[in-house]
Design a protein around this ligand. Sequence first.
Ligand code: SF4
Ligand code: SF4
Length: 132
Amino acid sequence: MENLSDIYDRLYQEAKDIFDRNDPCRFENGLCRRERENKENGFGIEPFCCCNGKHFPSQNNEEGTHCKHFIEGSGCSVKSLSCITWICDSDYFVNKKDVQRLYEIEDEALSYGLFFPRFSKEETMESLTKIF
Ligand code: SF4
Ligand code: SF4
């Protein structure tokens, strides 16, 4: 029987596979698709500057700093289920069914209490042991 850690890994892997096969962020010269579009349209890229090209804007968090898991130059350093399900624009996905599945994965993660924005898997598991 699956425990919460197994469920986390399964959902994360499925979401990651969806990202990998759709490649929504399409980095070129260090800029993601959203950043390139913003630049072309004369907007700043800051508000959409996402960590590691995938997920969750890395602009200031509550403490006024970048996410602690973000490493300049290499991006996200952890496995984060909440972040892997995030995308700035569903139109960037080739397969719309995959977008729907990402939303379902997010719902599933929420239903198991595994959805903590910007939390690593370890932090998520730790929070659960404090709650229960
Ligand atoms: S999800 Fe993040 S990295 Fe991907 S296109 Fe959007 S802002 Fe860029
Ligand atoms: S945990 Fe999320 S917000 Fe933090 S660096 Fe990783 S992907 Fe970005």
